[in-house]
Design a protein around this ligand. Structure first.
Ligand code: DAH
Length: 359
């Protein structure tokens, strides 16, 4: 005797219906395998019916057998189609999961508001200084950071061995003959490049500022860095006087630092200007009253300036009897320090975002 349950053929329609429902309800390949097992497997009601055929009258067997085979055939077909559908669903889901949309907008609520960075304080300061000078009618120019001895020293009236070279602690590069290529110690060599170009191409006069990075063999402290930034100014035109220089410096000081900050010039020496001056501005910390930052006088030195030395004009073949000019140069990092009351310049180089984010 078989241990399969015997089932009456009258139940075939409901068995078929239940089989269809179970197969259609399978939600994934695993579920479909279970449904197939229960609908078509050895212990399924249909298998039971088939096994009980032998107990029917022989004349009824072919018709009953055919009905059971048709039901089996239909359910096998349904299982096959369901298998295809589920495979297709899976393939689609995998495609969606793997999709890399480069144009996708990251939704704020999911990842939090996107924190954009911003320009470094020194870059911001450089741009503000450029804007101020552009507003006064200057153009902006740039030059290389690795310079030849000629541009950094010689054309600026400092021949080899000139004692004034000692004013700059220089990094020499191992390029060409020894001590012929340097990391520029100031932005003044860009003056020479501008004058050379303008003279050769007939583009005089010049009214330009030249910002950029400079290098000196210096031990960094609260007010000095070995890598720092300067902005240079140069005007070469007809009938330029020391009064034009003083007026330009005063106009700039008020425009950049505010109307209560003023400038003053004190005699000094630079090999490439004659006469030369240091320019100072009202101390931005004490507004002239005297404090520790300015060591009491109420004035703080910002940079150097003067009338372009005729020897410098001659070095670039500009006729000093036709043209005259003034020049100035000062530290961009220093400006940022004074404007924002930064105690130690080294903070600008340490890349601590807690410091940088404040500006
Ligand atoms: N290059 C000088 C320095 O780095 C600053 C300077 C002085 C620039 C006088 C000038 C100038 O253009 O006329 O110390």
């Amino acid at each position: 005797m078989s241990d399969r349950p015997t089932v009456s053929l009258d139940e075939l329609p409901s068995i078929l219906e239940e089989g269809r429902r179970e197969l259609a309800a399978a939600a994934d390949p695993e579920g479909l395998r279970t449904a197939e097992q229960s609908v078509l497997g050895k212990r399924s009601p249909l298998a039971g019916l088939r096994a009980s055929l032998g107990r029917l009258d022989p004349s009824e067997r072919p018709a009953a057998g055919q009905r059971i085979e048709r039901a089996l055939h239909e359910l096998r077909g349904l299982a096959e189609r369901r298998r295809d559908e589920l495979a297709e669903d899976q393939r689609r889901a995998a495609l969606v999961a793997d999709r890399l949309d480069l144009t996708e907008v990251v939704v704020d609520q999911v990842l939090g508001p996107i924190r954009r960075g911003h320009l470094h304080l020194v870059t911001q300061t450089q741009h503000e200084l450029e804007d101020t000078f552009v507003g006064m009618g200057f153009e902006v120019a740039e030059g290389p950071e690795a310079e030849t001895d000629w541009y950094n020293f010689e054309a600026l009236n400092m021949p080899p061995g000139h004692p004034a070279r000692g004013m700059w602690d220089t990094f020499y590069l191992k390029l060409g003959r020894p001590e012929t290529v340097v990391l520029r110690t100031h932005t003044s060599p860009v003056q020479i490049r501008l004058m050379e170009g303008a003279e050769q191409e007939g583009r005089l006069p010049i009214h330009s500022v030249m910002p950029g990075r400079c290098y000196r063999r210096e031990t960094p402290d609260a007010r000095h860095l070995a890598i720092f930034h300067q902005i240079e100014g140069l005007v070469v035109d007809r009938h330029i006087t020391f009064g034009d220089l003083a007026g330009t410096i005063e106009t700039f000081t008020g425009a950049y630092f505010g109307p209560d900050i003023h400038s003053r010039l004190r005699p000094s020496y630079f090999p490439f200007t004659e006469p030369s001056a240091e320019f100072e501005i009202t101390c931005t910390i004490c507004h002239g009253a005297g404090c520790r930052t300015c060591s009491q006088p109420g004035w703080i030195e910002l940079g150097g300036c003067g009338m372009v030395d005729p020897a410098v004009l001659a070095a670039v073949s500009i006729d000093p009897s036709q043209w005259s000019g003034f020049a100035f140069g000062f530290g961009i990092d220093r400006c940022a320090q004074m404007r924002h009351g930064i105690a130690d310049l080294r903070s600008l180089m340490e890349n601590d975002v807690r410091f940088l984010r404040q500006f």
